[in-house]
Design a binder for this molecule. Structure first.
Ligand SMILES: [Ca+2]
Ligand SMILES: [Ca+2]
Ligand SMILES: [Ca+2]
Length: 380
């Protein structure tokens, strides 16, 4: 953000949740410690399940993941209660103050929040969460993925499409994952949103929600949503086909997975929490996959002899980001092309029995535009 503000969610020394804004100092890596401005304070009845994730949405509003207040089994029934901010996803406007008399609420309410004008706190964007402490927006579609920690049996990933107007009920403490937990006072199952992925405590103990890969370096990972488990170190990948999600285990690490991260280019990282020193790892693909389909640009060109005669039937091999590869054969006019390429460096290599080419291969970088790569061949 060019205004130098950044936002944090912390647990204060009373055990309560604070959402605060700070400003960077003259050193871009150091905050001005006297610049604190508290937006929101929320009393926490127990010491666990404070949530913690903050994300600005593509709409410019701040989304806040709030746990159910803690203990076990949501004893205060917070997640299903529209009169408390606990157990909710919140959505606020960090500009303005709709509560001038309240020193613990210093923000305004987006007018299209789902409980504006009806019963329910106006900050609420979605409800029915136990501890949604890691959630993220899909950089391409703006869909929301929410890692939701379960009680004793099931961990889950919840999904909210970008077309949503908010107000979904994700089920906790009526449901833990897809299974009923405590149905006292609950409605029909059709009132609740169920996870796109759940796993039992055979495979872990506490889910860490991640990001959907939208980077350019590993085309084979494009569109995969990554999540992991703090206890087992397993990492899963979820892929979408219409409304159907399929999840497979991609890695079984010895990490204590405390968070995933996403950089400005859409590359994904995973953090291993350990004492005294943790570590951050970059998730890469070693399996290649197709370069074609990872973006919207093309490489094309022509193969001719030094006398400018067409050489056809040449096989062209492309190698690109993340070890991706494709081949194409040029046409009777000597032309070839590779379409739908993402940004990055590509090497194109021609081959045909009995021929030599000048140069033998060429490397070009796609950076927001198409590229032309021609070759001269000698086929005596
Ligand atoms: Ca206020
Ligand atoms: Ca209301
Ligand atoms: Ca749920």
């Amino acid at each position: 953000m060019t205004n130098g503000f950044f936002y944090v969610n912390y647990t204060d020394t009373n055990g309560d949740t604070v959402i605060a804004r700070y400003k960077v100092s003259s050193n871009p890596n150091i905050a001005n410690s006297s610049s604190a401005f508290i937006l929101l304070k929320i009393d926490q009845p127990f010491s666990n399940h404070n949530g913690g994730q903050l994300q600005f949405g593509p709409d410019g509003f701040l989304y806040i993941g709030m746990g159910d207040g803690g203990s076990g089994g949501d004893p205060q029934d917070n997640a299903q209660n529209l009169g408390t901010l606990l157990g909710k996803m919140l959505r606020i406007n960090v500009d303005g103050d709709d509560f001038p008399a309240d020193p613990n609420r210093n923000y305004s309410i987006p007018s299209d929040n789902p409980f504006v004008g009806i019963t329910g706190l106006d900050e609420i964007w979605a409800l029915g969460f136990r501890n949604p402490w890691r959630f993220s927006f899909d950089l391409l579609t703006n869909d929301i993925f929410i890692g939701e920690v379960g009680q004793n049996s099931f961990e889950e990933i919840d999904f909210q499409p970008s077309s949503s107007n908010g107000g979904e009920n994700y089920g906790w403490r009526c449901y833990e994952g897809n299974s009923s937990f405590n149905l006292t006072g609950c409605g029909a199952a059709s009132n609740y949103e169920f996870p796109i992925f759940e796993y039992s405590h055979t495979d872990g103990c506490s889910v860490t929600g991640g990001y959907r890969y939208r980077g350019n370096d590993f085309s084979g990972l494009f569109g995969i949503y990554f999540s992991g488990d703090f206890c087992s170190g397993k990492i899963w990948g979820s892929t979408q086909n219409g409304s159907i999600w399929t999840t497979t285990q991609l890695l079984d690490t010895n990490f204590s997975i405390s968070t995933f991260g996403e950089d400005e280019a859409g590359e994904i990282y995973v953090a291993h929490y350990s004492s005294p020193d943790g570590a951050i790892y970059h998730i890469v693909s070693t399996s290649g996959g197709s370069c074609v389909g990872s973006g919207s640009f093309r490489i094309r060109g022509k193969v001719t002899s030094s006398a400018r005669r067409v050489i056809s039937g040449v096989t062209l091999t492309i190698n690109g980001p993340g070890s991706c590869t494709n081949t194409a054969t040029n046409d009777s006019r000597g032309r070839y092309q590779f379409e739908m390429l993402g940004n990055g460096a590509y090497t194109v290599t021609p081959s045909k029995a009995g021929c030599t080419f000048t140069p033998s291969s060429r490397t070009v970088t796609i950076s927001g535009s198409n590229q032309t790569v021609n070759f001269t061949g000698n086929c005596p």
